[in-house]
Design a protein around this ligand. Structure first.
Ligand SMILES: [Zn+2]
Ligand SMILES: [Zn+2]
Length: 287
């Protein structure tokens, strides 16, 4: 089985995320390392870094020993494809900052959306992303944090719904070894991959393998989809309550090829805030 977990709040300090994850039965966590809706943030205090490292070191998951596996998700404001120099520069600065935060926290992977071309077209958008990533990595020589490019639903001018985009980006990079991929089940389904069937699932994986190699998949986002196949809409549903359904998600969590990978819920929490706890229980019951 994959390491089932959830995106948990880091409110009150990122160390609190470990407690929250443990309370709902996470074997892996995803966190924001700063406010995801702001460009800037104060540097992490030494005490916050220490608190996180110690909390993580002693927090096991229900099926794995401590330390918990933790990945981070970058701010939604970042657009590495932007043709507006100011936005592109802010995006690169923000990504450098987030990678540095991950580094000091000991988090070894950061998920980011590739970007939106906003009318300049796919080719120019992909070129801009590659140039941005090259600059980001050159500003962090030898950094140990892997950047995971997520697949997207393909809403608007967002790039990365087509897995060929990830392969093209990797081929353009000066340091492709610093980049992996995070696959999101809701986004893949919205982009036209029918994860309800074994054929649809295998087609997604063979597309990934052809484009960038399956070994580059280093994390999954485990979300059901509120909207139908191919809708190109990015709206997550609780597992089993959406259009993919529990059987489709079960195929992934049992896939031996992804046994040790974080599989992170980004599903609605609901009024009682227990959405992730319920989703984790449902998934574990399948095993
Ligand atoms: Zn996601
Ligand atoms: Zn999404």
């Amino acid at each position: 089985m994959g390491r089932l977990g959830a995106h948990v709040s880091a409110a009150g300090g990122v160390a609190k995320a470990c407690e929250r994850g443990a309370a709902i039965g996470c074997d892996a966590l995803q966190v924001f390392v700063k406010n995801a809706n702001a460009w800037r943030a104060k540097p992490l205090a030494e005490s916050a870094i220490e608190a996180f490292r110690s909390a993580r070191a002693v927090t096991p998951g229900p099926s794995v020993p401590a330390p918990l596996q933790v990945i981070a998700h970058a701010s939604y404001l970042i657009n590495l494809a932007s043709a507006v120099p100011e936005t592109a520069e802010r995006s690169r600065d923000a990504l450098v900052d987030e990678l540095q935060r991950c580094d000091v926290l000991g988090i070894d992977a950061l998920v980011v959306h590739p970007g939106a071309h906003v009318g300049q077209g796919e080719d120019k958008g992909l070129d801009a992303i590659a140039r941005s990533l090259d600059e980001v990595f050159s500003r962090l020589p030898g950094g140990g944090v892997t950047l995971l490019l997520e697949n997207t639903a393909g809403q608007g001018t967002v790039l990365g719904a087509d897995l060929a985009h990830h392969g093209r980006l990797l081929a353009m990079l000066a340091e492709p070894a610093r980049v992996g991929v995070c696959l999101d089940t809701c986004h893949a389904f919205a982009a036209g991959h029918d994860l309800r069937t074994a054929n649809g699932y295998e087609a997604l994986l063979s597309g990934a393998d052809e484009s960038f190699g399956l070994e580059r998949v280093m994390a999954w986002h485990l979300n059901d989809s509120r909207h139908p196949l191919g809708s190109r809409k990015d709206r997550h549903a609780n597992v089993g309550d959406g259009e993919i359904g529990l059987d489709g998600l079960a195929r992934l969590i049992d896939d031996a090829r992804f046994e040790r990978l974080p599989m992170i819920l980004e599903t609605p929490l609901g009024d009682d805030e227990q959405g992730h706890a319920r989703d984790l229980a449902k998934l574990r019951n399948l095993a």
